[in-house]
Design a protein around this ligand. Structure first.
Ligand code: SAM
Length: 273
């Protein structure tokens, strides 16, 4: 089968009597070139373990299995999950029919490291990335397709207008690279938005502080991103102390949140909270 071909996808959907379900973000990839680029971006070697989130009819799953790797496919849609078994020729595919947000990944890995590859259900991008990015030591690489605008935000560096709290969350936990954009024409049904593919390589983080509280602080700072940091924090931090600290870090006292590098935000947070 070549499920990335529109004719084969249509034949499959007809054979099981299904139409794509909007509520599950079911926009299926129908472009073989993009599919290969996603698989290549994960630099797979035989024997690797890949977790695929949301395999749907299985176009990406099929390409992964062809790489002689082990695949764990997590799909909420019961019918698609049931039908996925047809792709498993060498007993290398495990199918979990569940909401990915409910799945505990660690027991699935059985002490192996895994790569995560997914054409994400776009409406769940934040909770899924929130769940998988902190898995340093367990997950080697994450290659995901998502809404382009979000992919750009996640991978934007300080100083860019797209740098914000989601960039900081993503880049705190991973080295993040925007790889390429994908036109709506590469999907059935055609989505309203352009897509993008990013690769995140989880990295070790400093463990000695409350990260949840840190990200709450970051969100609150960026909710006022047009103001100067000194103004935003004037109720919470002594102005002179913060000015001195900003100068030590090489920032002007007029700097705004979008100019500040992640490690400097961590430093400021640790120093004053
Ligand atoms: N991998 C397929 C492809 O590229 O053509 C389908 C990708 S489609 C954008 C997203 C997939 O995620 C759908 O198959 C959908 O049923 C599945 N999905 C949606 N919500 C899910 C959830 N909470 N847990 C697991 N899978 C989910």
């Amino acid at each position: 089968m070549s499920l990335y071909k529109q004719s084969e996808l249509f034949a499959f959907l007809n054979s099981i009597g299904r139409k794509p379900n909007k509520r599950l973000s079911q926009n299926f990839l129908i472009d073989g070139n993009i599919l290969n680029k996603i698989v290549d971006a994960a630099s797979l070697s035989p024997g690797d373990l890949v977790i695929e989130i949301g395999p749907g009819p299985g176009a990406l799953t099929e390409a992964l299995i062809a790489k002689e790797i082990d695949v764990i496919a997590i799909e909420k849609d019961r019918l698609f999950a049931e039908k996925l078994g047809r792709l498993d020729k060498d007993n290398r595919l495990s199918i979990i029919q569940e909401d990915v947000l409910e799945v505990d990944f660690l027991p699935l890995l059985k002490n192996r490291k895994a790569k995560i590859i997914s054409n994400l259900p776009y409406h769940l991008t934040s909770p899924i990335m929130g769940k998988i990015l902190p898995l340093y030591g367990k997950i080697e690489t994450i290659v995901v397709m998502l809404q382009k605008e979000v992919a750009v935000r996640m991978s934007s560096p300080p100083g860019s207008k797209n740098y914000g709290s989601f960039s900081i969350f993503t880049q705190f936990y991973s080295d993040t690279k925007y790889l390429f954009s994908v036109s709506p024409n590469c999907f059935f049904p055609r989505p309203k938005v352009t897509s993008g593919v990013i690769r995140c390589t989880p990295k070790k983080t400093t463990s000695s502080f409350d990260k949840e509280a840190f990200f709450t602080f970051i969100k609150s700072v960026f909710s006022k991103r047009r103001k100067m940091l000194l103004t935003i924090l004037k109720e919470e931090i002594d102005k002179e102390a913060l000015t001195t600290e900003l100068q030590k870090l090489g920032y002007s006292e007029k700097c705004r949140p979008e100019e500040i590098a992640i490690h400097d935000f961590v430093h400021i947070y640790k120093s004053f909270y």
